[in-house]
Design a protein around this ligand. Structure first.
Ligand code: AHM
Ligand code: MG
Length: 330
């Protein structure tokens, strides 16, 4: 008997007996979109898809062709299935309504279709992040209120890492499970069941270039991580890719802390609450870690805007709580 388990089979087996399949099929849809995006990113250099699409997204950043492709692919796969009531993407200013000609469903999909845009052109790992909520009022078509939910309400979250291999990692609140894309079979196969953050952290991850922009508390925290602020810091090494999904994935496997704090010129930091910090915080708690904005759990923040940013600290609980301790000194 084979031990190989496809993502479809795994999702099916995890489905409660009472389920109607709507949620299960939504996860299949995301896995399919992930495969199609992986196919495109792997052929990026060949297909002349690299380079700027010429548009500027609502964050004021130049979009690149793969961002546009990934965004459109996810919307195209998910908008007509009758499983969603609304979507939101980093690449679109407003929420994405389900066209009236299609049946609406009971779930909400928030996503960053391709994060780490500065790494696309240089062939460094990039990723997509997604979160799934239930819509608030089943009788209504999707509204902004359905999207602006705290991450504690997520029913599922995950990411796709387009790295040396493509992985999809997700949680439905029942552990974190990772699947690696087998290119020959065209299937995601279970490769990392029940992922847990190692107790001994290996890495801290931050962009040190902004040190002078941080508050004194954050500077003291960064010094502490480097062993300069007392002897209670674990011995760790530094790793920073500048691709949130890649940095998160590495630290999930090896233990550590990633942080993108507030800066003088970016008072809320850079990371987006709804479709970056929130889903990753959900996954991190499921893996035994913790995520904070420096004051409170990311999961408890009530979003007020679609593209809201938040300071972000995520990883082993002791390291993130230490950041909260240093933040109190500001
Ligand atoms: P993006 O949404 O434009 O891709 O930016 C988000 C990325 C994250 O992946 C990463 O953690 C961060 O920006 C890196 O920013 P910086 O270059 O300022 O360190
Ligand atoms: Mg992003």
């Amino acid at each position: 008997m084979t031990k190989i388990q496809t993502i479809e089979r795994f999702i099916f087996d995890q489905q409660p007996e009472t389920a109607h399949g709507e949620f299960t099929n939504l996860l299949y849809d995301i896995a399919l979109a992930a495969k199609l995006i992986a196919h495109k990113t792997n052929r990026a250099g060949l297909l002349d898809i690299l380079g700027r699409a010429g548009d500027v997204n609502i964050q004021g950043e130049e979009q690149q062709k793969l961002d546009v492709f990934a965004d459109e692919m996810i919307v195209h796969i998910c908008d007509h299935t009758g499983r969603l009531c609304v979507m939101a993407s980093e690449e679109r200013e407003e929420i994405i309504h389900i066209p009236k000609k299609y049946k609406k469903g009971s779930y909400v999909l928030v996503f960053d279709p391709l994060d780490g845009s500065s790494n696309i052109d240089v062939n460094v790992s990039i990723g997509a992040v997604f979160g799934i909520y239930r819509c608030i009022d089943w009788n209504l078509r999707g509204r902004i209120e359905d999207v602006l939910q705290p991450a504690r309400n997520l029913v599922a979250a995950g990411y796709v890492l387009f790295g040396s291999s493509t992985m999809m990692v997700y949680s439905t609140g029942n552990g974190v499970h990772g699947f690696t894309l087998d290119l020959e079979l065209g299937e995601f196969l279970l490769s990392h069941p029940d992922m847990h953050l190692p107790e001994m952290p290996a890495y801290y991850s931050v962009n040190w270039a902004y040190y002078d922009q941080w508050s004194p508390g954050i500077q003291a925290y960064a010094d502490w991580l480097q062993g300069r602020g007392g002897s209670d810091a674990p011995t760790m090494s530094a790793r920073y890719i500048g691709s949130l999904v890649s940095d998160f994935h590495r630290n999930l496997l090896r233990g550590g802390v990633f942080f993108y704090p507030a800066e003088v010129s970016k008072p809320s930091g850079k990371i987006r609450l709804l479709y970056e910090a929130g889903p990753l915080a959900f996954l991190m708690e499921q893996a035994g870690g913790y995520a904070s904005d420096g004051r409170q759990s990311i999961l408890d923040i009530e979003p007020t805007e679609l593209h809201q940013r938040t300071p972000f600290f995520i990883g082993n609980r002791t390291l993130v709580e230490k950041a909260e301790f240093f933040r109190q000194q500001d």
